[in-house]
Design a protein around this ligand. Structure first.
Ligand SMILES: CC(C)(COP(=O)(O)OP(=O)(O)OC[C@H]1O[C@@H](n2cnc3c(N)ncnc32)[C@H](O)[C@@H]1OP(=O)(O)O)[C@@H](O)C(=O)NCCC(=O)NCCS
Length: 305
């Protein structure tokens, strides 16, 4: 298991090691720490057994178990790992802080660092937390971090609330603006293609139109300030836009239909693997020289012979 060190203003989160065992046993010595768990970790043997289990963790790189340190002393434990309670590989967060250090926002600070790690370094689409119905302190912490309560269920042998956090939009695309020599032609090609992929018209004015999907939108504009009348995708600047296109058979159908909507296929003789044997994609160019790459999910790899 390899987990990175995570630093915060007041804390350091670092990978759990066998040498931390007795320090963690001390953190859990107060029976109130185990109030909402099936096991009583104030029993040193139960606590040691739990730490030993954590030390055998072999999940995805960058996930696992951390100790929370303040000024070099272990004051808590935290984890981010696939949930054994939820279906699939959904990532579940957990945090445990010595009550002697409670009420100062330290657990919130540690959990925030772990959440940030999950969304930025690991690129997780969501982080889940299962919190006992009566564990108000933990539910408050989760809400402070932006988790949403999405329901309840029987987990870890007791009624739990199910919380989920999604990545924020900071750092993501807000919009991309493409200047075009002919708005009608651009709308006929881009508008059709984006509509097929689930985008919806977002803004419209005499010189432009935009389409939105999720939080980002694409603008095409025939600006009066244009300094040229054609796009050269091989000149410095934008070469192509690449979009997810869904399953491979959906992409096949899209490529066929695109011919009637202002697009011609590039590298057609090598479709669908012009980008490599494991990459199932189409490369389309419209009448004004703009290229779009459409990438299928779950590539259907065809091997020679
Ligand atoms: C869940 C647990 C970690 C929460 O501990 P905590 O001390 O309430 O959490 P924090 O360290 O983030 O402190 C939050 C409190 O400090 C206050 N606080 C002070 N300064 C703060 C700051 N800078 N930022 C956030 N909160 C701050 C908050 O208002 C809050 O107090 P409140 O509950 O009276 O409103 C702790 O109760 C625990 O370890 N319980 C046992 C294990 C457990 O149940 N884990 C959760 C499993 S799902």
């Amino acid at each position: 298991m390899t987990v990175p060190d995570l630093g915060t203003d007041r804390l350091r989160l670092r990978g759990l090691h066998a040498a931390d065992t007795e320090a963690v046993v001390r953190v859990f010595a107060d029976p109130a720490m185990s109030r909402y768990f099936e096991a009583d970790f104030s029993d040193p043997d139960q606590c040691r057994a739990s730490i030993a289990r954590r030390l055998t963790y072999t999940g995805p790189d960058g996930t696992g178990h951390w100790v929370i340190e303040r000024d070099g002393t272990v004051i808590g434990l935290a984890h981010l790992r696939p949930s054994a309670e939820l279906p699939g590989d959904l990532m579940e967060i957990g945090y445990f802080l010595d009550r002697a250090h409670g009420g100062q926002g330290l657990a919130t600070e540690a959990a925030a660092a772990l959440l940030r790690h999950g969304f930025t370094a690991l690129g997780l689409p969501a982080v889940w937390a299962l919190i006992h119905e009566s564990n108000v302190a933990s539910q408050n912490l989760a809400r402070r971090l932006g988790f949403t309560d999405v329901g309840g269920g029987e987990h870890y042998g007791a009624p739990h609330r199910v919380f989920v956090a999604l990545p924020g939009t900071a750092g993501q695309w807000h919009h991309v603006e493409v200047w075009v020599p002919d708005l009608a032609r651009a709308e006929a090609s881009f508008g059709w293609l984006l509509g097929e992929l689930g985008w919806r018209e977002h803004q419209r004015w005499p010189g432009g139109v935009s389409w939105k999907l999720g939080t980002g939108y694409l603008v095409v504009e025939q600006s009066p300030a244009l300094t040229g009348d054609h796009h050269d995708r091989c000149a410095p600047g934008l070469n192509h836009l690449a979009l997810h296109a869904g399953p491979a058979d959906r992409l096949d159908a899209l490529v066929t239909a695109a011919r009637d909507h202002g697009w011609r296929a590039l590298f057609e003789d090598r479709y669908p693997h012009a980008g490599g044997a494991d990459h199932y994609a189409a490369y389309l160019e419209n009448a004004d020289g703009f290229e779009v790459e459409l990438v299928a999910e779950s590539p259907r790899v065809t091997r020679p012979g």
